[in-house]
Design a protein around this ligand. Structure first.
Ligand code: AMP
Length: 115
């Protein structure tokens, strides 16, 4: 699927689109994926708009650490001992929403390699 022009995740951050939010702090917000690929499928996104993984800049390092710390907290609260964190970068890797997001997947056996 092609990358959307519209940044729907920014609209979730701004409260214009509803989402099933499971965690938020000053740096990030996390909500359940609308089309889950595993029993637990949560998206963790920065409040700052970063279009793709390739648009991460020097200065974003602390923010990236905060996103991963949020993933750890959420995985614990979801009772996940095993899980996978995925970032799709650009259309060829399956990115559809132009706002950096970490997929947290768990609750089933996750095969390797992914498709
Ligand atoms: P990606 O394909 O890596 O860009 O991931 C985008 C993800 O966002 C997909 O797994 C979609 O199912 C999910 N998604 C799209 N719109 C929404 C929405 N309004 N609320 C929650 N998840 C969404």
């Amino acid at each position: 699927m092609a990358m959307l022009e519209r940044n729907i995740f920014k609209e979730i951050i701004e409260g214009n689109i509803p989402a099933n939010i499971v965690y938020q702090d000053e740096h990030c917000i996390a909500f359940r994926d609308i089309n889950p690929q595993a029993p637990t499928h949560i998206l963790v996104i920065p409040r700052k708009v970063i279009r793709t993984h390739a648009d991460i800049e020097p200065g974003d390092e602390q923010l990236l650490g905060q996103l991963h710390s949020a993933v750890v907290k959420i995985a614990k609260s979801e009772g996940l001992s095993s899980y996978r964190v995925v970032i799709n970068c650009n259309e060829g890797a399956g990115q559809t929403v132009p706002h950096l997001h970490l997929h947290l997947l768990g609750g089933r056996l996750l095969d390797w390699p992914p498709g």
